[in-house]
Design a protein. Structure first.
Ligand code: C2O
Length: 533
C-alpha cells in the first residue's frame, strides 16, 4: 500500500451558471472539486489550507476513519473549524473499502460548493468482482442556487420557514441547457460496444434524485464503497451522501440519448420539480441526429425508489463476506422528524426544528471529540434517550410532541458492542424522507417497512444474510428502516439527516464509542495541528 499526498486550497472563485456570476467557496477553484484517487489500504494525507474568510472543515464521507476520528471533519464534532489563514492535515487509511465515496465541507452549507469524488480502486492485482469496464467516468450530481448559499440558510432560519429550493441541479457542474445562456448541458461521450463504470455521487444539499439514461439499462455493482449483487435497472435513486457504481454498455444504435436528473419528493412539502437534461452521445453520431427521449419519473414516484432500494443486496461472496451482527447489545428506537418551536425573532413567532427522539441537537462551541478526550465538563451530556419519551402514532396525523427539547446529548456505546437502530419517520408536521448518515461506520440495512415499526412482528422479516452495507440510508416517508453495526471504532460519531436543511434544524445526534483495552482499540491523541476554537 502507498501513501498518497494531496493539497487542498480553499479559495473563492467567480463562477457563471444560469446566466449569472457569483463568487463561491471552492477547493482549488474547481466546481466540483478535485478527485482523490487511492487503492484499498492506502493512506491518504490531505493538507487543507483555508484562504477564504469563512471557517471550513472537510469530511471524507463514508471513509471508516478507523482509529483516526480526528480526521473525520464535522465541525464542532471531531474538530474545531480551520480558521482563515490556517491549515490542517487530514490523515487516514482506506481500510477494507473499495468503490466510490465523496468528500465535502462539513460546516454550515458550504458543501453546496465544496465537494468532490473519492475513488478507491481495489488493491493492486485484485480484479473487480464484475466484468472489467473499458473506461470509468465520475458523475457528480449537485444543486445550484443563483443566490449566495449562506443567504439561503439565513432566510430559512430567520423566517422560520423552509429555505428556497435550488435553481438547478448540476451534473459535473453543468446545469441543463438554458435558452439564451451559453450552457450546453453535460455530455457523456461513449463508443459503441464499450462498457463504462459510472461512479455516481449525490452531492446535492437537499434533494434526493432520480438519474436515468434513455434506451439504456444500468447494472448496479456497488453502493457506498461496498459491492452488491449486480442487478439491472433503468432508473437510479440516490440520496444526498450516497454513491452508486453502475455499468453502462453502449449497446444501442449510434446516436444521441437524453439523460434526465430530477428530484424525488413524496412528502407534501416539496416544490422543487426542476429536471436537468443531459446527453449520452455515441462516437460517430452525425450532427443533428434524432434524439432518443425518456420519460421523467414523477416527483412523487415512490415505487421507483423502492424498486431500486429493494434490489440492493450485499455481494456476500467468500472474498467479500457480509458480517451482520446477529446478537444486539444496544437496541435503539429513534424517531426522526420536524417539529415547531417558539421563536421570538422569527416572522411567524415559531420556527421549524428537526429532532431525534424529541431532542433537537444543539451544536457545541468546541469539538465534542476534544471535550471527550480531555474530559472537559459542561460541553455535552450522555443521556441521549434510547427511545422516544412518549410513544405515539408516529406515522399518523399526530399533533402531539410538537415542541422539542434542545440539548447536546450523546449516547455512549462500549467498545465492540453491537447496535441496532430502528429509524422511524414521524408525521408530527408531515411525513418526510430522511436520508440518514452515520459517521465512522458502515451499517447493514436489515429491514424496512411502512407505518409504525412493530417490534414483535417486523424483526422476524429482517434480512441477516445479505443486507446491503452502506453509510447513508433513506428512511422512507411514513415508514422505518432498521440498521445494525458493531461499535468497533472509538471516537465521537455523528448521526444525521443528510438533507442539509434538516441537519441545520437539529435533526442529528452523536455517539461516543469508548476505547477498548487492546493495543489497536484506542483512539490515539490528536495531531498537534488540530485546529483550536
Ligand atoms: Cu456527508 Cu455528516 O456528512
Amino acid at each position: 500500500s502507498l501513501v498518497r499526498h494531496y493539497k487542498f486550497s480553499v479559495v473563492s472563485k467567480n463562477i457563471t451558471k444560469l446566466c449569472a456570476t457569483k463568487s463561491i467557496v471552492t477547493v482549488d477553484g474547481q466546481f466540483p472539486g478535485p478527485t482523490l484517487y487511492a487503492r484499498e489500504d492506502d493512506t491518504v494525507i490531505v493538507r487543507v489550507t483555508n484562504h477564504v474568510t469563512d471557517n471550513v472543515t472537510i469530511h471524507w464521507h463514508g471513509v471508516r476513519q478507523f482509529l483516526t476520528g480526528w480526521s473525520d471533519g464535522p465541525a464542532y464534532i471531531t474538530q474545531c473549524p480551520i480558521q482563515p489563514g490556517q491549515s490542517y492535515i487530514y490523515n487516514f487509511t482506506l481500510t477494507g473499502q473499495r468503490g466510490t465515496l465523496l468528500w465535502h465541507a462539513h460546516i454550515s452549507w458550504l458543501r453546496a460548493t465544496i465537494h468532490g469524488a473519492i475513488v478507491i480502486l481495489p488493491k493492486r492485482g485484485i480484479p473487480y468482482p464484475f466484468p472489467k469496464p473499458d473506461k470509468e467516468k465520475i458523475i457528480i450530481l449537485a444543486e445550484w442556487w443563483k443566490a449566495d448559499v449562506e443567504a439561503v440558510i439565513n432566510q430559512a432560519t430567520q423566517s422560520g420557514l423552509p429555505p428556497n429550493v435550488s435553481d438547478t441541479h448540476t451534473i459535473n457542474g453543468h446545469p441543463g441547457p438554458v435558452p439564451g445562456c451559453s450552457s450546453q448541458g453535460y455530455t457523456l461521450h461513449v463508443e459503441s460496444g464499450k462498457t463504462y463504470l459510472l461512479r455516481i455521487i449525490n452531492a446535492a444539499v437537499n434533494d434526493e434524485l432520480f438519474f436515468k439514461i434513455a434506451g439504456h439499462n444500468l447494472t448496479i455493482v456497488e453502493v457506498d464503497a461496498s459491492y452488491v449483487k449486480p442487478f439491472q435497472i433503468d432508473t437510479i435513486f440516490i440520496s444526498p451522501g450516497q454513491t452508486t457504481n453502475a455499468l453502462l454498455t453502449a449497446n444501442q444504435g449510434i446516436g444521441k440519448y437524453i439523460i434526465t436528473l430530477s428530484p424525488f419528493m413524496d412528502a407534501p412539502v416539496g416544490l422543487d420539480n426542476l429536471t436537468n437534461y443531459a446527453t449520452l452521445r455515441y462516437k460517430g453520431t452525425p450532427t443533428n441526429p434524432p434524439t432518443i427521449l425518456t420519460s421523467v419519473p414523477a416527483q412523487n414516484a415512490t415505487p421507483i425508489t423502492y424498486s431500486f432500494i429493494d434490489s440492493l443486496r450485499s455481494l456476500n461472496s467468500p472474498q467479500y463476506p457480509t458480517k451482520v451482527p446477529l446478537t444486539i447489545d444496544h437496541s435503539l428506537f429513534f424517531t426522526m422528524g420536524v417539529g415547531v418551536n417558539p421563536c421570538d425573532t422569527c416572522v411567524n413567532g415559531s420556527k421549524l426544528v428537526g429532532d431525534i427522539n424529541n431532542v433537537s441537537f444543539v451544536m457545541p462551541t468546541i469539538g465534542l471529540l476534544q471535550a471527550y478526550h480531555y474530559d472537559i465538563s459542561g460541553v455535552y451530556t450522555v443521556d441521549f434517550p434510547a427511545n422516544p419519551p412518549i410513544p405515539f402514532n408516529y406515522t399518523g396525523n399526530s399533533t402531539s410532541n410538537l415542541q422539542t427539547n434542545n440539548g447536546t446529548r450523546l449516547y455512549r456505546l462500549s467498545f465492540n458492542s453491537t447496535v441496532q437502530i430502528v429509524l422511524q419517520d414521524t408525521a408530527v408536521i408531515a411525513p418526510e424522507n430522511h436520508p440518514t448518515h452515520l459517521h465512522g461506520f458502515n451499517f447493514f440495512v436489515v429491514g424496512k417497512g411502512l407505518g409504525n415499526f412493530d417490534k414483535n412482528k417486523d424483526p422476524q422479516k429482517f434480512n441477516l444474510v445479505d443486507p446491503v452495507e452502506r453509510n447513508t440510508v433513506a428512511v422512507p416517508t411514513g415508514g422505518w428502516v432498521a440498521v445494525r453495526f458493531k461499535a468497533d471504532n472509538p471516537g465521537v460519531w455523528l448521526l444525521h439527516c443528510h438533507l442539509e436543511v434538516h441537519t441545520t434544524w437539529g435533526l442529528k445526534m452523536a455517539f461516543i464509542v469508548e476505547n477498548g483495552m487492546g493495543p489497536n482499540e484506542t483512539l490515539p491523541p490528536p495531531p498537534s495541528d488540530l485546529p483550536r476554537c
